[in-house]
Design a protein around this ligand. Structure first.
Ligand SMILES: Nc1ncnc2c1ncn2[C@@H]1O[C@H](COP(=O)(O)OP(=O)(O)OP(=O)(O)O)[C@@H](O)[C@H]1O
Ligand SMILES: [Mg+2]
Length: 264
């Protein structure tokens, strides 16, 4: 099952002009980014009345038609930022703009596929729209093609691998014409083969005609090579935001400093 949200707010003037320019050079649908947060903070007050800041002044921008990775240590706020972007949590301060409808896909594939067969599951979310049967069939078939699951349309869901279930969940979002995919650690439980299936499915979606943007939370540094851009967080703050190779270099330098510091 997918959580879909509509467009949240009016777009802002460009936050990262170089990225906006690169995006429009690729022929994107609009000049404004697909996903944007401006100075977003999110805090909670715990049961003992203690104020806990979780996100601190987070500004990010992801262009249409691109796959971006969101990285950082456990507990740094990645899932919270994704939930704020999806509209599942309201920021305490700052603004969020998601250009087009968006879907949030969770880590555990068993929590998001609900129907008995692949085809029925992808069609499930279309029930809320007034669509003809032909339109439903065509959307389901195109979405399954995009994630490389066209041959599995009649398969019972319980016979699929974890990665295949993730791809069915992504197909559900595409069938609903989602423009933004927010993906939280999809590949954590997957073996290398399934991991590649999901990575390729998402790459295929962002490279397709829909100009879909994807923000992908991961711990796997090797997945950075499939990304257009990346964001690295620590303790609720954005530490670096840019093209994937600059972020990869930043993280490698950070790792070697750590190794030097502890004399490993
Ligand atoms: N409802 C809540 N109550 C108390 N603390 C919370 C709540 N939600 C999140 N937190 C805390 O906020 C911090 C960020 O959590 P979040 O789940 O966003 O981290 P994450 O980067 O996704 O971590 P992981 O890599 O382990 O998934 C953590 O310290 C977490 O314990
Ligand atoms: Mg998380």
């Amino acid at each position: 099952m997918l959580i879909s949200t509509a467009s949240l707010a009016a777009p802002f003037p460009p936050l990262f002009p170089a990225i906006a320019a690169a995006s429009s050079a690729r022929g994107s649908l609009t000049d404004s980014p697909a996903i944007e947060s401006r100075n977003v903070s999110y805090s909670i007050t715990n049961r003992r009345g203690k104020f806990l800041p979780i996100l601190k002044n987070c500004s990010i921008s992801v262009p249409h038609g691109q796959l971006w990775m969101l990285l950082g240590p456990n507990g740094c706020g990645k899932s919270t930022l994704l939930k704020v972007l999806a509209g599942l949590l309201n920021p305490t301060e700052g603004k969020v703009h998601v250009n087009g409808s968006c879907s949030f896909v969770f880590q555990n594939p068993d929590h998001q596929v609900v129907m008995p067969t692949v085809e029925a599951d992808v069609a499930f979310g279309l029930g809320k729209y007034d669509l003809s049967q032909d339109e439903v069939r065509s959307r389901v078939s195109n979405a399954l093609k995009s994630v490389g699951m066209a041959d599995y349309s009649q398969r019972p869901i319980q016979t699929l691998s974890g990665g295949q279930k993730q791809r069915v969940a992504i197909a559900g979002a595409l069938a609903e014409s989602c423009k933004v995919l927010l993906l939280d650690e999809l590949t954590t439980f997957l073996d290398e083969y399934d991991q590649m299936g999901v990575v390729n499915a998402v790459k295929n979606c962002v490279a397709g005609p829909g100009d879909v943007a994807a923000l992908w939370v991961t711990h796997r540094l090797e997945e950075l090579k499939y990304a257009n851009g990346a964001i690295y967080m620590e303790e609720g703050r954005i530490m670096i935001h840019g093209d994937a190779s600059s972020v990869a270099k930043f993280l490698k330098d950070k790792q070697s400093e750590y190794i030097k510091h502890f004399n490993f």
